[in-house]
Design a protein around this ligand. Structure first.
Ligand SMILES: CC(C)(COP(=O)(O)OP(=O)(O)OC[C@H]1O[C@@H](n2cnc3c(N)ncnc32)[C@H](O)[C@@H]1OP(=O)(O)O)[C@@H](O)C(=O)NCCC(=O)NCCS
Length: 153
């Protein structure tokens, strides 16, 4: 069974490990301090048994719930952990009276990427809403961000 627990500052080493293993561009120490201490962001960790298999970082803004990060370790993918983290986002959005879930994905993780995350997002009910030019600075370069949104269920 997959469950999602709320992370706190004590979980920082586990979160950084999950982040490094699931994202090519890990969050900075400053970013984690903001997420866990200096903001109303919520961070969830997905657990199977006693193993942490994924995490997600959410923040409410402009009437939407932004999903800043959502990653599942590769060997635990396809088991529903990503979907369970999205359900957590949806429940949080409902509690906060947010109108939609919003996520911005680097263009390089959609086009020419075997794990094309836009397919997964579309499968989970998200719709492409636009392009944010030069939104991500990664690998010493700038990448457009693709904006996806889904209504709160
Ligand atoms: C995207 C990601 C979070 C998916 O996590 P996951 O735990 O494997 O996803 P789930 O097992 O919950 O997927 C559930 C559904 O998506 C489908 N799915 C899984 N991978 C998919 C893919 N690459 N493309 C399309 N559909 C996919 C499953 O078949 C399943 O379908 P169902 O709902 O009809 O049963 C994971 O691949 C990941 O961590 N990627 C790297 C980080 C990243 O890009 N994050 C951005 C997320 S916004």
């Amino acid at each position: 069974m997959i469950k999602v627990v709320t992370a706190t500052a004590k979980d920082l080493p586990t979160l950084q490990d999950l982040d490094l293993k699931t994202y090519h561009y890990p969050l900075s120490d400053k970013g984690w301090k903001y997420a866990l201490i200096d903001s109303p962001c919520k961070v969830g960790m997905a657990q199977i048994g006693t193993t942490y298999v994924g995490f997600a970082l959410f923040e409410q803004a402009d009437g939407a719930l932004d999903i800043h990060r959502l990653g599942v370790l590769s060997k635990f993918r396809g088991l529903g952990a990503g979907k369970t983290l999205l359900q957590t986002a949806n429940a949080l959005a409902r509690d906060l009276h947010s109108l939609k879930l919003r996520v911005i994905v680097p263009s390089c993780h959609c086009e020419n990427d075997k794990d094309n995350v836009s397919n997964w997002l579309k499968g989970q009910g998200f719709r492409a809403k636009g392009v944010k030019t030069d939104f991500f600075k990664m690998y010493g370069d700038l990448y457009d961000g693709y904006l996806f949104e889904r209504g709160v269920k």
